[in-house]
Design a binder for this molecule. Structure first.
Ligand code: FES
Length: 92
């Protein structure tokens, strides 16, 4: 069994319309999660780096949001255009 060195938690939490802002509903974070997972696999970074879904990370507004452990780095308000740069950062 290989234990990942890094974990990127991508919030996919989605709330009902009318509730407060969420990563999933307003920012299509499921699509970003898929792009990040595919990118890690394509670059051969798996299993040392794992991208995984999570619920609310507690920051909500101006999402989507992701958190990289153990570095403690946050990614806020990113989009598909940022996926390659985020993946570059995971390799460092
Ligand atoms: S809904 Fe994503 S951080 Fe709260």
């Amino acid at each position: 069994m290989t234990v990942p060195e890094k974990l990127l938690f991508v919030c996919i939490n989605s709330r009902l319309p009318g509730a407060k802002e969420s990563c999933g509903r307003e920012h299509a974070s499921e699509d970003l999660l898929r792009a990040l997972k595919d990118g890690v696999k394509k670059r051969g970074l798996k299993p040392q780096i794992r991208v995984t879904r999570t619920g609310c990370l507690g920051v909500c507004h101006d999402g989507p949001h992701a958190y990289l452990a153990p570095e403690g780095r946050w990614f806020h308000a990113f989009g598909m255009e940022d996926v390659e740069n985020i993946l570059d950062g995971l390799e460092v």
